[in-house]
Write a protein that binds this ligand. Sequence first.
Ligand SMILES: [Zn+2]
Length: 417
Amino acid sequence: MVDQLRHFEDVKALAAARQAEVTVAFDLQQRREQAAAGVPAGEQGAGVGAQVALARRESPARGGRLLGLARALTGMPRTAAAFRSGRLNEWRTTLIVRETVCLSVEDRAGVDEELAPDTGTFDGAGDRAIISAVKAAAYRRDPRSVAKRASHAVNERTVSLRPAPDTMARVTALLPVAQGVAVYAALVKEADTLRAAGDERGKGQIMADTLIERATGIECGVSSIEIQLVMTDRTLLQGDSEPARLTGYGTVPAEWARRVALEELTEDVTTWVRRLYTEPGTDDLVAMDSKARLFPPGLRRFIQVRDDVCRTPYCDAPIRHDDHIIPWHKDGFTSAGNGQGLCEACNHTKETPGWSAKPLPLPGTRHTVRLKTPTGHTYTSTAPPLPGTRWRGTAEKKPSVQVLGHAGPSQAYRLAR
Ligand SMILES: [Zn+2]
């Protein structure tokens, strides 16, 4: 069994190495086709990473990284050989390439030759050992470009949100080191000051509360900011235990959602309840259409609730654009059926020549979009289930249910407090 484990590990590495080779060939072929179609040189290669992602069942962001890895590997034959033989798996190969991306093609090839991973240089080495060995070799070849990369990193500063267990969330800020230290020091100082004055909260608690207060500008942090909690009427009004969904976060327990909606917030916080209707049998959300070109606010909100995150398969990114699945200039309607939420990158990809999409009115399923790539491959995206409904594959579709009338989502009412 141990021999089998090793054998399949080698098979995985070989398959991944072959995928990298195919990826490079595919990239070249797509660029040739785009050039022939008159796409300007600077725009050639657009959408290739997205196609790699769809084929490999990965997010577009990861597809782009896999494409970058594959292309860089062509200039590193000894690393590629170690990859094929299983001496390096896909992740470790990625580490080596990542530490050399700032180098010129010649220097990268030089590092490859110096380290010669195909001779067993990294046998038994951990991830960190590999990173420092490659970093050192890269720095010896071209200290200036390594330093330039560090100064370039400041452009990567950003803030992101990830769910944590027990209805908590991690807000992460990637900051230049001086500002990062300053933010932390300011929070520590505030905590020390308040605790010295008799505040009984823990240091970490005060730091967290201060961060919320200073970032949102108000004490409890949510009054002027809209958060969207989607739940069934049974959960809201009848004490049902079906979990709710907090847009941008994910699943939250029923009791927590009820507390937030009904009790916990202070006097000056307004809670709005919007009724959403689903088609019986299909669980698809029902909405009104609009004659305007731009999605009116009610419809935008509706699409965000229905789609939750970017609709491209495997892409988890937050929605940034309300997209006409069939474009407005091709007579696409401004409707819930022809609308989808996309992230910025996926929206650009969809505009690339050779890509197309259309809503797929499949009986018995939630809102479905078919995406067609330049090679003619098609992928379908079905809206995620709403609270109170279940994930299910398209393979086990329920029989169609005809719906004759529908109600709009726009009736909003204020909860009696
Ligand atoms: Zn996306």
